[in-house]
Each structure stands twice: as C-alpha cells, then as structure tokens.
Design a protein around this ligand. Structure first.
Ligand code: HEC
Ligand code: HEC
Length: 430
C-alpha cells in the first residue's frame, strides 16, 4: 500500500480547485445555452457547487481515514528493526568450551609437553630409570612404580597405598597413565604440572619419606650412571631436583593409552563399540555424566578440552551411599579435581578414599550424589527440586531441577559397559 499521510492537503485542495473551475465553466455554458437570467445562473452554480464541495470533502475525509488506518496497521504489524548482519556462523566464533562441547574426541597420539621441557628419547629413558628407582625412597624400598603399577592400570589396587614402613596414606592412588593430559594433578588438584607433582611423593613422610629434596638430589648424584645420563640430556651443570622431575615428567608423558575401543569408535571404526556400549555412551551424555567427565580425558581438567577443572562432591550429600562409604571430609562435601575415567575399569577401588570397590557401585554413587537420580527400574517422569540459599556478599538462591529421575539397573550396566571401552587393550591384555 502507498503511504498517504503526507501530501493529503494539497491533493484535497487540488480536487476542490479543479471541481470549482469545471463547475464555473459548466454552469456559465449551461446558463448561456438555456438563456437563463443572471439570478438563475447563480442559483444553478450554487446548487452544483454544493454537490462538488460535498463530494470533495467526502473524498478528502475518506483519503484521510484511509491514511490513518494504514498508519495504525503499520504500527500493529511493524516488523522488528532490521538487525545488524550476523557474523558468519563458524564454530571458531564461539568461546572454547561451547566450541568443543558437542563433539566427542579421541585422545591425541602424543601428550602435550611444556616449552621448557621438550621430549627427547634420552630424557625419557632417564626418567624411566628414575621412576623405577627404589633408591629415591628413604629406606630404599619404594619407587614411583611401587604405588603406580603400570601393568595394573598405573595405580595401586587397594583403597589407600602403603608408603615406607608400611604407613598408610589417606588417599587412593590415582593412575599415572594419561595423567599427562590433565591440567591439575592430585585429588584436590594442588599440582599444576607433572614436574611440580613429582616433588610431592619423594618427600611425603607416608610415601617415599625422603627428609628433603636436597637429600633426593644427593642420592641421584651418588650414582655414576646417572651423572652420564644427565649430562647427555641436560648438558653440563649439576644434577638438580628440577632436572630430576623434568626427566620423570618426560617419561610420564609417554604413559598414555590412545587407541582404546572408544578412541577407535570416535576415529570412525563403527564396530569398535558394542550396541550396549553405544547405549551407555548415549546415557553418559544424556544423564549428565559428561558435564563433568568430559572427553577425551573424561575429566574436566583435561589439557585437550579444558572445562572448569573442579567440582563439588557430593553435590547431593544426603543419601545412603555417602554415609556408607564415608565420602564427606570432616562432615563436609569438598571441591575435587574431576578425576579422569580413562582405564577406570581397572583402576579401582574408587573415589578419593578408595571406599568403593565395584565400578557399577561407583556409577550408582555418582548418579545419586552428583545427578540427583533415583535408582529404580520404574520409568517415572518425576522431578526433584533442590533449593540452595547462597549467603555471603551476594545473597541469592539456586534451584537445581532434575527430571526423568529414574535410572535403571540396565542403565547402570550400560554405562559401565561404555566405561570399559575406555580401557586400553594394552593394559587389558596384561
Ligand atoms: C606410597 C605410594 C606412592 C608413591 C611411592 C608414589 N605415589 Fe604418586 N600418588 C600416590 C597417591 C596416594 C596419590 C594421590 C595423592 C593425593 O591426591 O593427595 C598419588 C598421585 C600421583 C599423581 C597424580 C595423578 C592424578 O591423576 O592426579 C601422579 C602423576 C603421581 N602420583 C606420580 C608419582 C611419581 C612420579 C612418583 C615417584 C616420584 C610417585 N607418584 C610415587 C601414591 C604414591
Ligand atoms: C557434578 C560433577 C560430576 C558429575 C555430574 C559426575 N561426576 Fe563422576 N566424579 C566427579 C568427581 C568430583 C569425582 C571425584 C569424587 C571423589 O572421589 O571425591 C568423580 C568420580 C567418579 C568416579 C570414580 C573415579 C575414580 O577413579 O575413583 C567414577 C567412576 C565416576 N565419577 C563416574 C561418573 C558417572 C558414570 C557419572 C554419571 C552417572 C558421573 N561420574 C557424574 C564429578 C562428577
């Protein structure tokens, strides 16, 4: 429709003007032809003029009303102002977690190494010797490998490991295998790198129990074979704790297990996962496990897809598992670095205190304590709501809503089957 709101007055006046001019011409002509008297002609002009003016007024009013209703219609159906053109829809434009989130990824074939500690064959050989050397412990009985048994998944297969003099620690030993892909190490994530981490156990009194890092360095210097190896790797200069831990870390960066069935599946081998494992993979995503255990490390502290590092455990502590397995620390839920689930089927017992022996049970603990699920074979579409009041400087309220809460025995088995696809065939064979 054409807009009529502007220029209505000139049109109106022009119509009246043309009308009146025609009227005058017609009336005088008619008057002449009919030989009318002057008063008669004026009366005729008046009568016709009234009609023309009334017609012009009507036309003007109709046009005016039409323009009004048009404007109102325009206002009611006004399209939104034209938005600025969208940036091209590339994934690169999104922030990194969103970018990498939906795509399942395989573990890279090599682990990233920091710029100040590049990998070399000689360094790896030296690091391996140190990793297996019991002379690095106070009573010369323990090496790193004593608690991180590589043939058994890189961890220690009892709740807590035993240090020198058979002392017990209070934490389960996590695996060293694939630790090279994590941005934070230890259950509480206190070490930012493998180099920093390695200093810990050497001088931990309930682990290798050396009195100081200087004492460790003296032990290494005392062995002539090491002197040659260190010179070959690091050049001249003395053996230092920094060089020792760099070599150990370089070796640990080779302790990786890509090529698990999961990785082969992601790389395109359709038959690498069984139908049950694929269902478990789908549940792992759908139930929310993947919100914290993100591929390819199945930790949120992965170097490949960093995703937040720490999470509270247990998020919903009021359940029988938390009581049975004593999963609080000093009666409180803690913030933990999310552990990797690579090779998890062979790295039990589970959790920071190693209290849970069976993988299926660990999954039940997670489902109830982290995701507010209800263990039941009956599929009910129910809903749990938790209200958490946030005190402090910015008081507020958080709602956690979980729908479709039932998680069946079959669901648990399927997820366990999927987690077994994260076991390296190399370890499984041993
Ligand atoms: C006495 C047993 C014991 C010995 C010996 C030992 N560790 Fe550990 N290791 C543990 C325990 C227990 C933890 C977890 C401690 C914690 O989180 O507080 C751990 C954690 C680790 C981690 C972190 C893994 C992760 O996912 O966070 C790495 C890496 C590691 N150890 C490497 C080593 C190296 C290298 C040595 C030798 C220098 C060594 N360990 C010696 C028991 C041991
Ligand atoms: C909100 C974050 C979160 C969610 C969701 C979550 N986890 Fe965990 N998971 C953790 C944390 C944190 C730990 C370490 C807890 C501890 O030991 O104190 C953990 C530990 C585990 C462990 C034990 C690992 C080990 O080496 O001891 C398994 C197995 C596991 N999770 C599987 C799952 C499964 C399966 C799901 C889904 C049903 C799931 N998780 C959901 C955060 C989460």
């Amino acid at each position: 429709m054409i807009s009529l709101n502007i220029g209505i007055l000139p049109v109106f006046l022009t119509i009246i003007g043309i009308g009146l001019t025609c009227l005058l011409l017609v009336a005088s002509e008619l008057g002449k032809r009919a030989r009318m008297s002057v008063p008669g002609r004026i009366a005729l002009m008046g009568a016709l003029g009234f009609g023309v003016i009334a017609f012009s007024l009507k036309t003007g009013i109709i046009l005016y009303l039409d323009s009004l209703s048009h404007e109102q219609m325009v206002a009611a159906h006004a399209p939104a102002p034209t938005p600025p053109p969208l940036p091209p829809a590339t994934h690169e434009a999104l922030p990194s977690p969103a970018k990498s989130w939906p795509v399942w990824r395989a573990l890279p074939a090599t682990a990233p190494a920091p710029a100040n500690n590049p990998q070399s064959a000689a360094k790896i050989t030296l690091g391996k010797a140190l990793f297996f050397d019991t002379d690095l412990s106070a009573d010369r009985t323990l090496s790193c490998a004593s608690c991180h048994r590589l043939a058994e998944g890189g961890d220690y297969n009892s709740a807590v490991s035993s240090g020198i003099d058979n002392q017990k620690g209070n934490r389960n030993a996590p695996s060293v295998i694939n630790a090279a892909f994590l941005s934070r190490l230890f259950w509480d994530g206190r070490a930012p790198s493998l180099e920093a981490q390695a200093r810990g156990p050497l001088v931990n009194p309930v682990e290798m129990g050396m009195p100081s890092l200087a004492a460790v360095t003296s032990r290494v210097r005392a062995k002539p074979a090491y002197a040659r190896a260190f010179r070959r790797v690091f050049g001249s200069g003395p053996v230092t704790i920094s060089r020792i831990t760099k070599a150990i870390a370089a070796y640990e960066r080779t302790l990786i297990t890509p090529q698990s069935p999961y990785d082969r599946f992601v790389a395109g081998e359709r038959d690498a996962l069984s139908p049950q494992q694929l269902r478990g993979m789908a549940l792992f995503q759908e139930m929310g496990c993947r919100n914290c255990h993100l591929d390819p490390t199945f930790s949120s502290a992965g170097l490949v897809k960093p995703f937040g590092t720490y999470r509270t455990f247990p998020v919903f502590p009021d359940n029988k598992f938390v009581r049975k397995y004593d999963l609080l620390v000093g009666g409180e839920a803690q913030t933990w670095r999310v552990p990797s689930l690579r090779n998890v089927a062979v790295t039990g017992p589970y959790f920071h205190n190693g209290a849970v022996n069976e993988l299926e049970e660990a999954i039940r603990v997670m489902a109830v304590s982290q995701l507010q699920k209800r263990l039941s074979d009956e599929r009910a579409d129910d809903m749990a709501i938790t209200v958490v009041r946030e005190p402090g400087a910015r008081p507020g309220l958080r709602l956690t809503v979980t729908r479709n809460r039932a998680m069946s025995g079959q669901d648990i088995k399927d997820i366990a089957a999927f987690l077994r696809s994260l076991t390296s065939p190399v370890i499984a064979a041993r």
